[in-house]
Design a protein around this ligand. Sequence first.
Ligand SMILES: [Zn+2]
Length: 485
Amino acid sequence: MRVFAAGLQNETNTFAPWPAGARAFEEGGVRRGAAALAGQGPDHKTAQLWSELCRRDGHDFTPGLFAWAQPSGPVVQSVYEGFRDEILADLRSQGPFDIVLLFLHGAMVSTGCDDCEADLVRHVRAVVGDQAVIGVELDPHCHLTQPLVDTADAVILMKHYPHDDYLERAVELYGLCLGKARGELRPTSALFDCRMVGFYPTTQEPMASLVERFCEVEGEAGVLSVSFAHGFPWGDTPDTGSRVLVITDGDPARAAQLAEAIGRGVYAARDALLPRFPSIEAALDEALATPGLVVVADTADNAGGGAPGDNTALLKAMLDRGVAAAALGAIWDPIAAIACADAGVGARLKLRIGGKAGLSSAQPLDIEATVRAVSERHDQAGLGNSRTKMGLSVWIEVDGVDVVVNSIRTQVFSPDAFTGLGIDLEGKRLVAVKSSQHFHAGFAPIAAKIIRAATPGAIQMDFAGLPYVKKADLSFYPRVDDPLA
Ligand SMILES: [Zn+2]
């Protein structure tokens, strides 16, 4: 068999102010061919895995383009089309291929297209023909559309949030596509629309048990895959929302019946699944009353959902209270990072940090800071053994709070976002992280308690109040109490 793989990813927050252009992808990572196999991002780790599986099984593997940009506003149309056409050109010039594996996000919106993944797969299908097998791996924060499911042979989503299972799902997708290419499997897909918009960490109930249920159903004979598309609430498209996808082996009626049964199971838990986070003040009260290290998540200013990452509200509240033995990261402020780096370690300077990118950033904060460390190319552990760039980063100390200021916009995934700069988290009472959920994998082992705070910012959890214009069906929970009635 000849197997081709490519990746193209952006989770688009259509409410975010700035688009993702070529620079956003260059900063995130653009690698081609063999160079993609040497990268450290989740897309590169996936390409490496597919390459190893092909080598093990005696198949020819061709890596194409792998491009990723930090979540942001819509992708510039010409940039999206340039990447798409590059993948198509590779397929034409290096093909024919029996199998095409695509590592996509599923929530990419460009300035001219609401469903880039379906557009890409449609174009790929036109090049490779009906005989080739197209498999797609998606992030669960996707807009899982019927055209995409219909055009691909198999679509598999990561089940965990944090998405630490992307390599397991890549193995499954490889196996499913190989089975179809050999004529041993007939993947048949069905979608069920749960009529919900939500946020579903799988580290807590009731979502943890629902994921177990998905896996149980996958264990039944004739069921090839069960996926739950959480949806991406901050991407306003006709298809925004939560859906269940079931793939059976050649049994469309069973796929449809199982997708509906599983979807109604998620729906039945909708009230318990709705996030209800404490205010900043209540979160700090709870944190300071708890012995040990408490992690407070700045959920709404998560760069991983397209937020700027420069909101200062939580830091201001901590400083106003005189919270000591605390750390906060990472405030995205390249200007402040440059000023601190130039001042040098040990310098004490007046700084205006954060609050720059837009209304969701709140006000900038005027502080006096001591520069404790500078790293020209800081990075942190990401999900599944990957690494995430943080760029020029500084550790500054502000009235007893150790603050990380960085220059490449990213959420905080793991403690080494702090410790990598020399910040000692042992003995800290409170560590505040700009992230909604991906921090959980890295911080749960060291946290006595984790508190997700309802902070101001671009990733608001008030789903009923999101100002959708394009979303076709506004009869969804929690905007409507019982939309499936
Ligand atoms: Zn996601």
